[in-house]
Design a protein around this ligand. Structure first.
Ligand SMILES: Cc1ncc(COP(=O)(O)O)c(C=O)c1O
Length: 500
């Protein structure tokens, strides 16, 4: 068995007032830690000298306890490693009847008495099982081209900041984020998204999901009505429903959310959530007239507009559409953005552009939640932006995603025999492929997941079952070969479902 590195040793509590001698207490503690699986076979234990110093006891009882444990086969000495838990503990020493022994990660608390959860907790666990998100295979949505990420430049910058880190990189930081990073973001958003803001309005977040959560915390009370695009982004739905808001779906057509209908019905709305530059998931762009209508309505009614601008850097046919925030003269828009698509999702960096009068509230909410984001990565990304790597990476990815999008559309055309209708492919990193009438997208996505394909069912973006199902297919993280073979894997699954 592979020997484990020295690892965390649970605290040893010795009681000097007890009649049981110290050596015996130590012996019993180790024996029980081994038999219960807290200490694992091969794991290094401290030297007698180190343990004496740690427990502030003399060496004799520790030596006696270790001798006893050696003699009974619990400890062994490995040359070069010192004293370790034996790799073969006698079976009769292990509590083999107890399932907890072999798996230390299982809980040991007996389940007694009432175990009440909040309604929020219950709502969260009621989510549909999403097996299609369990793999990173072809068509996984929101996955960028990780194999084209400039790791060399990135790792150099990480090394630069971590070799001799400034005090500010390692200490507690500002809840709103690292100032040079906020300055870089404000500049970038102004130039590329026509967002109007000062660095003081930028709140750095752990991805846009946290941006939505904080927005919900600051703006919404239970039962407040939030108007949502239908279909729309499930992550936003989750964020607002954990704030116990009442979510009201508004249909999406070729010009984005049907704003006129919403205004007609939405007299007492607290907020509206929209993805105007690239509607998620349908891919349409909100028309200029609807944008103006929405902004005027927000001023009249006092409702907030939560604009999620998650991937508009990737627009293929035309220049990126300016943000709605840039048209807002009255501080009604909360603008949420992310580095998940333009960098990589595990970076967990995003931002909210907060109207200046709300900055103290957002800052306090962040402080109360998790204080602030990792400064190291904020500093590294600041240099990545300032030194031109970011703009270069974006340009390259735009070209690459354009090629991948074309490859996917071609593969669907060639392989699918007209079974799928492609929509929303002018921008971003995904498209929607509508299925033949009657085919269940959840069924298809589940079967695809069993075959290593990650296709998201369109119906998961609806509150009510849509008339026609579809698959949301991401093409950012797949090359042309994987696209073709992924579509070939999907074909028989879709055919068999459509024949039903
Ligand atoms: C509409 C939308 N907003 C935001 C995000 C990104 O979320 P995050 O920044 O938390 O990774 C996604 C990712 O899938 C998305 O589709």
């Amino acid at each position: 068995m592979k020997r484990l590195a020295p690892s965390y040793l649970p605290p040893i509590a010795l009681d000097h007032r007890k009649k049981t001698p110290i050596y015996r207490q130590l012996y019993e503690w180790f024996r029980s830690a081994i038999t219960s699986g807290q200490l694992r076979p091969g794991q290094r234990v401290p030297s007698t000298r180190a343990l004496c110093a740690e427990l502030k006891v003399s060496r004799i009882p520790v030596l006696n306890a270790y001798d006893q444990l050696h003699a009974e086969g619990y400890f062994t000495t490995i040359v070069g490693a010192g004293t370790c838990v034996a790799t073969s503990i006698p079976d009769d020493a292990l509590n083999v009847h107890d399932a907890r022994v072999s798996d230390t990660s299982r809980e040991v608390i007996p389940r007694q008495g009432p175990r009440k959860m909040s309604t929020r907790g219950i709502t969260l666990t009621r989510q549909q099982q999403q097996t299609w998100l369990n793999n990173l295979g072809a068509f996984r949505v929101s996955l960028p081209a990780l194999d084209h990420f400039p790791n060399r430049e990135w790792s150099k910058l990480i090394a630069r900041h971590s070799r001799r880190p400034a005090k500010g990189i390692m200490a507690y930081g500002d809840a709103m984020g690292y100032l040079p990073f906020r300055e870089a973001i404000a500049e970038y958003l102004g130039a590329s998204r026509s967002v109007r803001c000062a660095p003081s309005q930028i709140l750095v977040t752990t991805g846009s999901q946290q941006g939505l959560q904080l927005t919900a915390q600051v703006l919404l009370d239970p039962n407040d009505r939030v108007w949502m695009e239908e279909p729309g982004y499930p992550g936003a739905r989750q964020a607002f429903s954990t704030a116990k808001a009442e979510l009201v779906p508004v249909r999406v057509d070729q010009e984005g959310m049907d704003v006129a209908t919403m205004i007609d019905r939405g007299r007492n709305a607290r907020a509206v959530y929209i993805t105007p530059s690239h509607q998620y998931p349908m891919g349409v762009t909100m028309s200029a007239s609807r944008r103006m209508l929405l902004l005027n309505w927000a001023v009249r009614t006092g409702a907030w507009i939560i604009e999620d601008d998650y991937d508009s850097e990737y627009r293929f046919g035309s220049r990126p559409i300016p943000s709605l925030q840039g048209l807002d003269e009255n501080g009604k828009v909360i603008y949420v953005g992310t580095f998940s698509k333009v960098m990589f999702p595990a970076l967990r960096l995003g931002y909210v552009v907060v109207p200046s009068d709300l900055v103290p509230a957002f800052s306090a909410a962040r402080e109360a939640t998790d204080i602030f984001s990792s400064t190291l990565y904020q500093a590294v990304l600041t240099d990545f932006i300032r030194e031109g790597h970011f703009a270069r990476h974006l340009r390259r990815m735009r070209m690459l995603y354009m090629e991948r999008r074309t490859a996917l559309i071609n593969a669907i055309e060639v392989e699918m025999n007209g079974m799928l209708e492609v929509i929303g492919s002018e921008a971003g990193m995904h498209l929607v492929a509508l299925l033949p009438n009657g085919a269940s997208d959840v069924e298809i996505a589940s079967r695809a997941a069993q075959n290593g394909i990650s296709a998201m069912p369109l119906s998961s973006c609806y509150r009510k079952q849509p008339r026609r199902g579809g698959l949301i297919l991401g093409y950012g993280g797949v090359n042309a070969h994987q696209i073709r073979s992924g579509i070939r894997t999907l074909r028989p699954i879709i055919e068999s479902q459509s024949a039903k």
